[in-house]
Design a protein around this ligand. Structure first.
Ligand SMILES: CC(C)(COP(=O)(O)OP(=O)(O)OC[C@H]1O[C@@H](n2cnc3c(N)ncnc32)[C@H](O)[C@@H]1OP(=O)(O)O)[C@@H](O)C(=O)NCCC(=O)NCCS
Length: 143
């Protein structure tokens, strides 16, 4: 878990993948671990990772219980998908995503939701190739 959280820390400091608003510190690494553990412990989601050699090459965290409200269609959320820089472009991200999508469908999820930075073209291309479409915009203003 700590090795995956270290990859997550790299991911949130990567301007290509993250909006850089999450403070990259050890406290947040611990909080991310607690968040991932709480999802797993509640049996409402999963954390999967890819092993490359003896190392963690990438990871995906997702949930099939993402809303306290009754929804018309059961929705799942993919929170974090990341692949170590040195392991990118080898099909790991796509494999992790497909695995998460399959697991979500097995938990009766009908809609899968995720957030991606508007200029993260690599990730957007991956998501679009698997049928994801833009339906919401997140708007921000510094005040
Ligand atoms: C996005 C990310 C997870 C993709 O993982 P990856 O293992 O490198 O991707 P894959 O090798 O499985 O490639 C999957 C698809 O991504 C796209 N892709 C991958 N590398 C690409 C590149 N250099 N340029 C353009 N598209 C690319 C392609 O559509 C590719 O599909 P194809 O091979 O059928 O053409 C990875 O780049 C990453 O961790 N980025 C930083 C974190 C991030 O952005 N996460 C998503 C946050 S929402």
């Amino acid at each position: 878990m700590v090795r995956i959280a270290e990859l997550w820390l790299d991911f949130i400091q990567d301007p290509e993948g993250s909006d850089l608003n999450i403070a990259p510190n050890d406290e947040n690494k611990e909080r991310w671990i607690k968040f991932a553990e709480s999802i797993i412990a509640s049996d409402g989601g999963a954390l999967k990772f890819a092993v490359v050699g003896e190392d963690v090459g990438g990871s995906v965290l997702y949930s099939w219980e993402d809303s306290p409200l009754q929804l018309q269609k059961k929705r799942g959320t993919i929170y974090d998908l990341f692949v170590k820089k040195s392991s990118r472009g080898r099909g790991i991200g796509k494999a992790l995503l497909l695995n998460a999508m399959k697991d979500l469908r097995n938990h009766n999820v009908e809609i899968i939701q995720l957030t991606v930075k508007s200029d993260n073209f690599v990730a957007i291309r991956l998501y679009e190739s698997l049928g994801f479409k833009e339906v919401l915009k997140i708007m921000r203003k510094e005040v």
